[in-house]
Design a protein around this ligand. Structure first.
Ligand code: 5GP
Ligand code: MN
Length: 324
């Protein structure tokens, strides 16, 4: 039996499921949870969708998002927890507190740094998104897939492929997307609601952020910086920085685009995107983070300047080929 078949059998057999994704979730994590939750529910099963924190715009506009909770009754028992798009258990944040010892874990993910923490694991780094894997599992388990599940899977795939542009987009991705459209997903409607639906604060923040972009390491790295003061000045929220890191990456000749963002008094989040060959996941792993070959990140202590100095030192080794 393939991992997908084993998971399909467990989903068909069980009755009560807890569904989770990583903290600070993206469209792939949230869309996968909502889609699988909807399919299991339509099959007559009891589902609990748990996020660490309430969803803000735009992900709260995904259909079914209002059903999710941020807390659980500690005594609640499940047949399994399905953990989606999450490379390690500690990326669940506080939601991991609800995973009691005997609870079987079903791990469905596409991060190459996934550590196979589950009782059952479906981990495929070649998959564009976790949602593409969830599509296969729903089909293998013969669960219903209505327009709401289709829309959420479509939004998830669109998010992780940069609207079907990134190198992770395969012929299969398009085939799955075409099936989702057949099932009722509306690409233009989803795009306007989830992707092209920005606050004025986001645009103000982008203006400030673009001013900071500079080239380093002989033009091979482009860096964008967001300080806490800039976030405050723009009145922006963390989710308003989604995809900002693409702007430095877009510069001709640049191999790596980097966004350095202060997230707290003494913590900084670093997002890395590479264009051609640097393995961003391995570079992020040097700092305790992870991700994919072309998109990865990590969090470190210190303000933006400190984080950048440490990062550039290691990035130079990767670019010079003295570390990989
Ligand atoms: P982003 O830069 O958009 O936050 O994340 C890009 C990719 O890197 C995502 O797939 C995300 O899951 C992964 N990633 C970002 N930050 C971390 C981190 O701190 N730890 C791990 N393991 N992965 C991360
Ligand atoms: Mn993903």
């Amino acid at each position: 039996m393939t991992p997908s078949d084993k998971i399909a059998a467990a989903l068909a057999r069980g009755q009560r499921f807890l569904l989770l994704t990583h903290q600070d979730p993206d469209a792939d994590g949230v869309g996968s949870v909502l889609a699988l939750g909807r399919s299991l529910c339509d099959a007559g099963k009891e589902t609990t969708l748990l996020f660490q924190a309430p969803l803000g715009p735009p992900l709260c506009f995904l259909k079914g998002a209002e059903r999710a909770v941020t807390q659980l009754d500690d005594r609640k028992i499940f047949d399994a927890a399905v953990i989606l798009d999450c490379a390690e258990k500690n990326r669940l944040g506080r939601a991991a507190d609800y995973l009691y010892k005997e609870l079987p874990l079903i791990n469905i993910d596409h991060h190459e740094t996934n550590d196979h923490f589950g009782t059952l694991n479906l981990v495929d780094p070649k998959s564009s998104s976790t949602a593409e894997l969830v599509f296969g599992v729903i089909r293998a388990a013969d669960l219903p897939m209505g327009p709401e599940a289709a829309e959420n899977l479509f939004a998830a795939i669109q998010g992780d492929t940069g609207s079907f542009r990134y190198g992770n987009t395969t012929a299969k991705t398009f085939r799955v997307a075409a099936e989702l459209v057949d099932l009722g997903a509306l690409p233009w409607d989803i795009s306007r609601r989830i992707r092209d639906n920005h606050s004025m604060a986001r645009l103000r923040l982008l203006g400030l952020a673009l001013e900071t972009v500079c080239l380093r390491l002989q033009g091979r790295v482009a860096v964008m910086t967001l300080t806490r003061e800039m976030m405050e000045e723009a009145g922006a929220h963390e989710t308003d920085t989604e995809e900002f890191v693409d702007y430095p990456r877009f510069i001709r000749g640049v191999e790596m685009g980097v966004l350095i963002r202060e997230t707290g008094q003494n913590t900084t989040k670093v997002s890395i995107r590479s264009n051609n060959w640097v393995n961003a996941a391995r570079l992020a792993a040097r700092f305790g983070g992870g991700g994919h070959a072309r998109a990865a990140g990590f969090t470190c202590r210190g303000a933006a300047g400190t984080a950048l100095t440490l990062f550039l030192k290691e990035a130079r080794r990767f670019l010079d080929g003295t570390r990989d």
